[in-house]
Design a protein around this ligand. Structure first.
Ligand SMILES: *[C@@H]1O[C@H](CO)[C@@H](O)[C@H](O)[C@H]1NC(C)=O
Ligand SMILES: *[C@@H]1O[C@H](CO)[C@@H](O)[C@H](O)[C@H]1NC(C)=O
Length: 263
């Protein structure tokens, strides 16, 4: 009896050593790895590549972004528009977010992600129902693939409905043009259908406002790289203020991506 229990005891000690060692190693690993590299949530769409393109400036507060990226599955491209030495920047700091978005499209045209989310730099804006971090976590890429273009949900009343008279002016003479003429002129010049023919201008356009939206690869490829470049060249050359030229794109992104005139 005594002999058996001593044997059991020795066996237990013998077995417990590797177990204790394993436990120790596990704890050490958890302790060293967890704080800097917490586990990401499960990725429900591992087959889809997703690019997040952020337009920021040196004065942006991006503290919301790191936790948002940890909690989601986006590949970030953070542009700094007012720092020519930044890793990602724009040819010229004009046209607000539009210059960033067009630059990303042009530079990545041959290797576009399945889904792209073009986003401004702040975590909460007046036109947003949810924080940017929440949007990144909850935007369903399958919905973007299905619909082609979506604007994250907007608060009631922030759609822009703009009536276009159809009046256009030469691109070199838009500096003091009204919003209607500005938008009409840019569309008239660059808005082509899939055969490369100029499209008839809509009478009214409407979309949820502001410079954030998600699009599918297919929607970006509706237009050739040369067409995207032509639009960016206008933005580079125009002497319409950044505020105004950036807005032209804000009002019309859905059209360039082939959506209905009024969303
Ligand atoms: C940046 O934003 C965070 C909240 O997201 C805030 O706590 C922090 O004070 C802000 N930093 C600056 C410099 O404004
Ligand atoms: C800039 O504006 C002036 C008039 O203010 C005009 O003569 C000139 O052609 C414009 N340049 C471009 C590139 O639009």
């Amino acid at each position: 009896m005594a002999l058996t229990s001593r044997r059991t005891h020795r066996l237990l000690i013998f077995l417990s050593k590797p177990l204790l060692a394993a436990l120790f190693v596990t704890l050490i690993l958890r302790w060293t790895i967890t704080p800097s590299n917490p586990r990401k949530p499960h990725n429900p769409y591992p087959h889809l590549s997703k690019a997040l393109i952020i337009a920021s400036t040196t004065s942006s507060n991006l503290t919301w972004l790191d936790p948002a990226l940890r909690d989601s599955h986006w590949t970030p491209y953070v542009y700094t528009t007012d720092d020519t030495t930044a890793e990602l920047t724009v040819p010229i700091n004009k046209g607000n977010e539009a210059m960033v978005y067009l630059t990303w499209i042009i530079d990545h045209y041959d290797t576009l992600s399945d889904v792209m989310f073009f986003h401004h730099d702040h975590n909460q804006a007046w036109h947003q129902m949810f924080s940017s971090g929440y949007e990144l976590k909850h935007l369903n890429p399958e919905t973007v693939l299905r619909d082609g273009y979506i604007s994250p949900r907007c608060l009631p009343g922030c759609e822009n409905i703009i009536t276009l008279s159809g009046d256009v002016a030469p691109l070199s003479d838009l500096k003091s043009a009204s919003r209607d003429v500005l938008i009409s002129s840019v569309l008239h010049e660059f808005w082509l259908d899939e055969e490369g023919k100029k499209q008839k201008l809509p009478e009214k356009i409407a979309a949820p406002c502001c410079a954030q939206f998600a699009v599918s690869k297919q929607r970006v490829r509706r237009r050739s790289r040369a067409e995207w470049e032509a639009l960016r060249s206008w933005l580079i050359k125009t002497n319409v203020s950044s505020r105004e030229s950036g807005r032209v794109l804000e009002y019309t992104w859905h059209l360039w991506f082939g959506m209905e005139d009024e969303l």
